[in-house]
Design a protein around this ligand. Structure first.
Ligand code: PBG
Length: 330
């Protein structure tokens, strides 16, 4: 009788489309990353990431007022230290840039969820995420000691969630142990469980001055600790291991080139799942939009929706604030 079904019936109006929409992005699930550096009243443009800045702590507080209005409730902090060395001293000092910023933020915005990235690359003169051994390798177990010190110093400063991004083996366990021993047993760990050795971190490294240096006995990339982009089953092993070690939230990073990994993780694990739309994924859209080649708002909403549709509960994105503002009028 009827020759075919007509899916277009449910596309007739904006409100019908909303009625049958399967995936909705909301501000509560978005995390806005910020770069913080020493100084007063500094808000420096990041060339490789149009629309993003390096803030001094006081300037960041001003920015957070606007963020609060957007409805975004969580931020992820990255520190840019004044000095780097071979021990990453700036990463665990109680006067370190992240520690100071967290204190100031929690005082002004007690309700804001402040997540702190735990890594050494921005604090090491060689730019690697761990300790460099004399033979020129990244020394896993020596790195664990520093990483757990960094995590503890963040906890003491008032961080709400600890997010290790270094990719050393056993770091979740080392951090969990140190938190337990120091009365921070209730502090969640969001582990960058599945972090691929990706070209899409390029703009971030420019922003944080954290590219690995070149030289004799310095590995030229992060491929001995970050994952091979070709591997999905290995990603599942990393996640399983992190849950065993005491992670509360799992993460896949980058997001866009790894939607299949997000989906597989969602199917296998019950834990909350985060996905990170990284700097290169952000700047790619920005660059095309600046040339007038695509509609920025539509592209950002589309990309973020795809990450949620793939199974992420939490999306870390440099577009979080803008997107939350746009969502109000969608
Ligand atoms: C630190 C770290 C990086 C990112 C988050 N934490 C850079 C890297 O591993 O080189 C990348 C985030 C982004 O590109 O937006 N290890």
């Amino acid at each position: 009788m009827f020759p075919f079904n007509r899916p277009r019936r449910l596309r007739n109006s904006k409100n019908i489309r909303k009625l049958v929409r399967e995936t909705n992005v909301h501000a509560d699930q978005l995390v806005m990353p910020y770069f913080v550096q020493a100084g007063k009243n500094r808000k420096e443009k990041i060339d490789s990431m149009p629309g993003q800045f390096r803030f001094s702590p006081d300037a960041l507080l001003k920015e957070l007022e606007a963020l609060a209005k957007s409805g975004v409730k969580s931020i992820l902090l990255f520190g840019i230290p004044e000095k780097k060395d071979l021990k990453a001293s700036g990463a665990f000092s109680d006067r370190g840039i992240v520690q100071m910023a967290v204190c100031a933020i929690k005082k002004e915005f007690p309700e804001l969820t402040v997540i702190t990235d735990v890594c050494l690359c921005a604090y090491m003169s060689h730019g690697h995420c761990g300790v460099l051994s004399e033979r020129g390798n990244i020394d896993n177990d020596a790195s664990l000691k520093i990483l757990s010190q960094v995590a503890l110093s963040h906890a003491e400063a008032g961080s709400d969630i600890i997010a290790p991004s270094d990719m050393m083996d056993g770091r979740v366990r080392a951090i969990r142990e140190s938190l337990e021993q120091n009365y921070f047993e209730n502090l969640p760990i969001m582990s960058y469980s599945v972090k691929y050795a990706s070209a899409f971190y390029g703009p971030f490294r420019d922003a944080a001055h954290s590219s690995p240096q070149t030289g004799k006995k310095i590995p030229k990339d992060r491929k001995t600790y970050q994952m091979d982009p070709a591997n999905l089953r290995e990603a599942m092993r990393e996640m399983k291991q992190d849950l065993k070690e005491g992670a509360d939230i799992l993460m896949v990073k980058p997001a866009l080139a790894y939607l299949d990994v997000i989906r597989e993780a969602r199917n296998r694990f019950d834990a909350p799942l985060a996905a990170y739309l990284v700097s290169g994924e952000y700047s790619m859209i920005k660059a095309a939009a600046q040339k007038g080649w695509l509609d920025e708002k539509q592209a950002i909403l589309e990309v973020t929706t795809s990450v949620v549709r793939a199974g992420a509960d939490i999306v870390i994105s440099y577009s979080a604030k803008d997107l939350a503002d746009w969502l109000k009028s969608c």
